[in-house]
Design a protein around this ligand. Sequence first.
Ligand code: ADP
Ligand code: ZN
Ligand code: ZN
Length: 733
Amino acid sequence: MKSMPIARIAVGAPLRSLFDYAIPPGAQPAPGARVAVSFGRAKAVGVVVELLGETDCPHDRLKPLSRVIDPEPLLADDDLAFLRWVADYYHHPIGEVVLTALPRRLRSAVATLEAGEPMWELTDAGRAFLQSSAGRAPRQREILDWLQRQTAHIAPQQQLKSIFSGSHAVFKTLCDKGLIASGMRLAATPLAIDSDDGHELNAEQAKAYESVAGKLGEFAVALLDGVTGSGKTEVYLQLATAVLASGKSVLVLVPEISLTPQLYERFRQRLGDTVQMTHSAMTDNEREHAWHRARLGLSRVLLGTRSSIFTPIADLGLVIVDEEHDPSFKQTEGFRYSARDLAIVRGQRAQCPVVLGSATPSLESLRNVQADRYRHLRLDQRAGNAQPPRIDLLDVRDQPLQCGVSAPLLERVDAVLARGEQVMLFLNRRGYAPVLTCFSCGWLSDCPRCDARQTVHRASGLLWCHHCGAQRRVPSVCPECGEDDLHPLGQGTEQLEGYLAERYAQYPLIRVDRDATARKGSLDALLQRLHDADAAILVGTQMLAKGHHFPRVTLVGVLDADGGLYSADFRSTERMAQLLIQVAGRAGRGDRPGQVLIQTRFPEHPLLQTLVRHGYRAFAEQALQERQSASMPPYSHQALLRAEASRRDAAETFLAEVAAWASQVASSEVALWGPVPAPMARRAGKHRVHLLLQAAQRNALHAVLRALPEFAAGLPVAKRVRWHLDIDPIDLY
Ligand code: ADP
Ligand code: ZN
Ligand code: ZN
């Protein structure tokens, strides 16, 4: 066999192997560069993973690659090795994994953008305008004025957009009039840290800081377990400062887009414009710029949501995962990875510390502390003057409720508002009411396509399924019996807002949920209104629980704590506890103490009792014991094979055949449960069936999983079924 140069390529296609292509004369693809190839009859983009002299594929069947797209590699050898590890662990097609690691624009055969960062600069015309036009065009002036206060009158577009969110048209006007000019900047300006900006760490913070900062350059995982407001972010900032001073870079993962701009501003204020953010609400171009800057070391701190875990980062020296318990670190569609778990892997590969921070750590992480794999750093005191909130249960079994709110809670609300303080009411259900019913015949607003009800949305006049999106107009008479006797049952945030608006007409009222904040930037605007107000009411879903800082809120009411207490999913109590504590953490973060009232019909429930009397840690210990005695995660490992089909028997047959095969090939340690119908057995018109695989040891489980996709795909019935494998699933939905 004559030796010829061959490139082994991860092709962007749902196939599990790498593919070999001949390198045409003159072409010089480097590992980590993109290439265009023909794949079957289609064209595809792939990434070179290795260069080889030989291949098993007969030479005459070997196609040449069509074109080298990138003259320089985009991914370094270590990035490629990481991605191959990831594909292997999640049993996911390598090409899809590698392309996921690229910014969306680069998943097609286009040239890369310039690596710099788009900036806006105040022009001479802009300066003249500021001098001459007092009083006119206030919004434009505000932006120009802000720019004038920046060093060199220049700032990243991304920062301006985040500060003046919703001003897209104003920026365009300013550009068109030549008052600002856009340009590119390559390197960030050298770090100028003003050490006075930081707080002097308290004793607990200092201990946590030392414990990580003392071991930079080594892999170690620390769980920063600090109550809300205890100054975790301050610890992150000072650690990041130390890492930057050592010439290395920092990756910060946050769960929510809505939180990114806040944290970004805080990092940016302290560490300067070497801080870069990236999240899914940015345009593809913006995200690609951010990606190149991180990869080339032009920015040194990358702050982003889940998918930024795949960004190549020059000289990675620290990984921080904020709110590590948050389920949104797990991708739940397509390529289902856990960014939190992968953060550990990246830290290990880069030989750097990893800090997982939370006020309500996941049971997984607490288990790792128990097993001495993670260090436990605790911050038990709130930083500054803030006091911990008081949490009480409010038994509502014999209480008449007004739109879901009990009289004692309403009295507290009255009192707090009268004192000029703010109230937050938390109801984890958006819409007007979770179901519409007919009192004459008992008709319910079932979703035609799911085992679920359609929610009433009054403002839009729709019945709307939150699972599949199916919508119809709210009928005026019962679709079943024709009577004019339809009534909403239960409450959602929309209804609660209406009720409170009437009762407390004199106070500002703000609703925060996915419907109210669907427009980009509108959440920021809402929160700004709250910061400027005295007495005010805030109503919302779990969006409210996520990290926002409301210094004037002194009362938090939780209206429906009972939903998570009796659920089919073994993780629901953990979620419930985290949510309650996170919501409670929004109260009293300023100087005045906060109070949390949880309405419940199950005041004796052991979870609620433990949580309220002894706090989250006591709850977590109890929950861990339960998991251990039931051999549930984190004391075992799971993979979930989900199948869905138009006919239930197809999905069942498929999983039964996989189960029969698995029970043959798997070691006896691997337990197989199923096929069983999914908790929501029908969704979007498809029947859904599950097969759960579980083992005490990861190795035993992964040994079966490795062969599973190929076996499953080869089954004749697989053609009638859509299926996927979810490794370490976080919900069994
Ligand atoms: P967390 O991230 O744990 O919720 P933050 O870092 O946001 O807490 O801190 C909460 C508040 O306390 C912030 O306003 C912060 O500026 C302040 N703070 C943090 N550390 C200190 C400190 N050592 N001394 C005084 N105030 C502090
Ligand atoms: Zn009816
Ligand atoms: Zn539906």
